[in-house]
Write a protein that binds this ligand. Structure first.
Ligand SMILES: Nc1ncnc2c1ncn2[C@@H]1O[C@H](COP(=O)(O)OP(=O)(O)OP(=O)(O)O)[C@@H](O)[C@H]1O
Length: 678
């Protein structure tokens, strides 16, 4: 027997179900109702006579679904529980079958939202595989963030990996983790919108605000929230695998939430399931992943957390390597090289190649001597080269760093910042850069041009225009003259008129550049959005901006070709671009993958380690001539001398830079003018 209903609910139920009993006029307070497990209802009058109107389970569910749908599409913005998670039901409720088949568990209890119940306001972020918009939920009138992800719904793998983010987000429920509030689907389109609560800031944006310096209680407050969120993830068996400033969102109440679970993965505490090592943005990537580890756990997120802690204190990324080789070298120089035992027990393919011949002493203490000792202590712990020494998020939360005065402030005491995102910071800096450079350029050209040309406004304008173009291209890669990028030659980016969305990235061609003698490596081309050619153009200035991912990438000259002559594209810190021994590609990997596939495929085992398949890989999405990219393959042959390796690496980058500068100059107007006019 089912439960006995209260009077009022029985009344409501009867009224709702359209009960028209012959004794309708009788005192309803005396009516009793039983609901059986099979969903049928029996209603008795005061005399115990059955006033039956049986409702089948099917009918009951249909009614509930209709109610839920009506609520969703009319006034109730929150997803309503669908009584049963059967795939058929979900399809009937409006979910596309391909989604229901893969992610039924995650959407169980939800109903899809319709796109026309949101008003898109502006674009606030451009991820590698997604565009993020600020939007108004027309039902609740609340501001939300819509993350539009692209995938290939005909490719089950692509769907599966896209769905992993949803499944993982649905498993998490913590105040320091971004909340997935709903999904907008379409049966026809290959895109899906994830509806999130809207966050006004990200840590990168806040840290990059001019003159901004966090106080110690503020740093502790952010760190506490980050570690609490991480602790929750890890307890749920989830690794984030892309902890960095731009993925730590902060709302106007100072609450920090970990976002972007696109690279997250379920993990086995015994580390018995192999995972890919091609994860985590380069500057935040731990030693073991750089060495190709495929059995790892929570320690990878703790390493990234250590990098964030150092960054919050110093105001700049602490390990900004341009290539994986350089990243390793920077780690050794700061954190010391691991012990002989570490190397002996490692059994990693790249370990022998990258083991430095000399021992590096740990010098975290010296490097951060200005910092409070407790902060240095925690940084040392989190940046232990031996992963087993890093502890856990819970242990870090108990570290004396948090108990020593001054302690963390309350999030509500944090200053109220104007909207600041990584993307805003970059735009600001780009604009300032354009002004600075165009001013300089105009002065220079005014000085050197012959008087007749100086007075020709067309000439100067053209110059400026050119300058601005190269500036904005500089977001994607520092300049045309710096096409050598961490071991890859990257062609210039071409803008397509009218393009709004970033292209869909695919592993497209395998080609061997003339100058290259190493193994074949995949070249990341740019696919088309499925629906409309015009709609899938190139990356907008804004979107390119978001490719940077360090807290203060620009401040450190990152992406600035003037600083070193060996510029790195904005994406470099996400990409292990060095394609030498670490990432040499195998011909069997010649396949056309959707970008999502290539990103999300990253966890099916170490066999994938050869593929550049994480989100960073798609950052080769510049479009050089002929829609092809020129990757040079490994710049270096493996050597056991890291210093020599780096030196040679730099030399080649410099050489290529010089050559491209010369070429650029020879094609410049000034050169032509000199040649023609003597
Ligand atoms: N809920 C949100 N509220 C406000 N802004 C957001 C939200 N979610 C994402 N963003 C913005 O959009 C950017 C990109 O989002 P996200 O990191 O989830 O996408 P992605 O494709 O995985 O990006 P990436 O390749 O940079 O890691 C973020 O850096 C952030 O600035």
């Amino acid at each position: 027997m089912g439960c006995m209903h209260s009077k009022s609910s029985a009344v409501d139920d009867i009224q709702e179900s359209g009960f028209k009993g012959k004794d309708r006029s009788r005192d309803l307070s005396l009516i009793q109702m039983d609901i059986h497990e099979n969903g049928s209802r029996r209603v008795y009058d005061v005399d115990g006579r059955e006033m039956e109107r049986k409702i089948s389970l099917f009918e009951k569910q249909r009614n509930e679904r209709a109610e839920s749908l009506a609520a969703i599409n009319s006034r109730n913005p929150t997803p309503v529980r669908v009584p049963k998670a059967a795939e058929g039901e979900q399809v009937a409720a409006g979910w596309p079958s391909w989604l229901s088949a893969v992610v039924g568990e995650a959407i169980n209890g939800w109903l899809p939202r319709r796109a026309d119940t949101f008003e898109k306001l502006d674009k606030i972020g451009q991820g590698t595989y997604s565009s993020v918009y600020r939007a108004r939920d027309l039902i609740s009138n609340k501001i939300v963030a819509l993350k539009r992800v692209w995938f290939d719904n005909l490719d089950p793998e692509s769907v599966k990996f896209m769905c992993r983010e949803i499944l993982i987000l649905r498993k998490l429920d913590h105040q320091n983790i971004i909340k997935l509030e709903g999904l907008i689907t379409s049966r026809l389109s290959c895109s899906l919108h994830l509806v999130f609560e809207y966050m006004e800031h990200d840590l990168t944006g806040l840290a990059a605000r001019p003159g901004e310096k966090f106080t110690e209680p503020q740093i502790k407050c952010y760190m506490k929230q980050l570690l609490s969120g991480l602790d929750h993830c890890h307890r749920q068996g989830i690794l984030h695998r892309d902890i960095k400033g731009s993925n730590l969102l902060i709302d106007n109440n100072g609450i920090l939430k970990i976002a972007d679970f696109g690279l997250a993965s379920l993990f086995d505490p015994d580390c018995s399931i192999p995972l890919t090592s091609r994860v985590v943005t380069l500057w935040y990537r731990p030693l073991e992943l750089l060495l190709g580890a495929s059995h790892y756990g929570v320690e990878v997120d703790l390493w990234s957390t250590g990098c964030i802690l150092g960054e919050l204190y110093t105001g700049r990324p602490i390990l900004p390597g341009k290539t994986e080789v350089e990243q390793l070298h920077k780690i050794f120089k700061l954190c010391g090289s691991p012990s002989d035992d570490y190397w002996r027990n490692l059994h990693l393919s790249h370990a022998a190649v990258f083991r430095p011949p000399q021992h590096y002493r740990k010098c975290i203490m010296d490097t951060f001597k200005e910092l409070p000792p407790v902060a240095i202590g925690l940084i040392e712990k989190l940046l232990s080269v031996d992963p087993s020494q890093r502890g856990t998020a819970a242990l870090a939360l108990n570290n004396e760093f948090f108990t020593t005065s001054p302690t963390a402030c309350d999030p509500s005491c944090l200053p109220k910042y104007p909207p600041s995102k990584e993307i805003d910071a970059r735009l600001r800096e780009e604009e300032a850069g354009i002004k600075r450079n165009s001013g300089r350029k105009n002065q220079a050209s005014a000085r050197k041009l012959p008087p007749d040309l100086q007075s020709n406004p067309g000439y100067n304008n053209a110059n400026e225009e050119q300058m601005q173009m190269s500036q904005s291209r500089g977001e994607a890669f520092s300049s045309q003259q710096d096409k050598t990028v961490s071991g890859f030659l990257v062609g210039p980016l071409k803008e397509q008129r009218g393009s709004k969305e970033p292209r869909k990235y695919q592993i497209e061609h395998y080609q061997k550049p003339a100058s290259y003698s190493g193994p074949l490596i995949p070249v990341y081309g740019i696919g088309k959005a499925p629906t409309d050619q015009d709609h899938c153009g190139t990356i907008t200035a804004r979107s390119r901006l978001s490719m940077h991912s360090g807290l203060l990438a620009r401040r450190t000259g990152y992406g600035n070709h003037e600083s070193s002559g060996a510029s790195v594209p904005s994406s470099t810190n996400k990409v292990g671009r060095f394609s030498g021994p670490i990432h040499g590609m195998e011909p069997h990997m010649r396949r056309q993958d959707s970008k999502y596939h290539s990103k999300r495929n990253s966890d099916t085992g170490p066999v994938e380690d050869g593929r550049i398949q994480t989100k960073e890989s798609a950052l080769h999405y510049r479009e050089p001539e002929g829609n092809k990219m020129y990757l040079s393959g490994p710049l270096l042959v493996p050597s056991n001398n890291v210093d020599q390796l780096l030196k040679e690496h730099d030399r080649r980058i410099q050489e290529y830079s010089r050559k491209t500068r010369v070429t650029k100059y020879r094609t410049s107007k000034r050169y032509v003018y000199r040649k023609v006019l003597g």
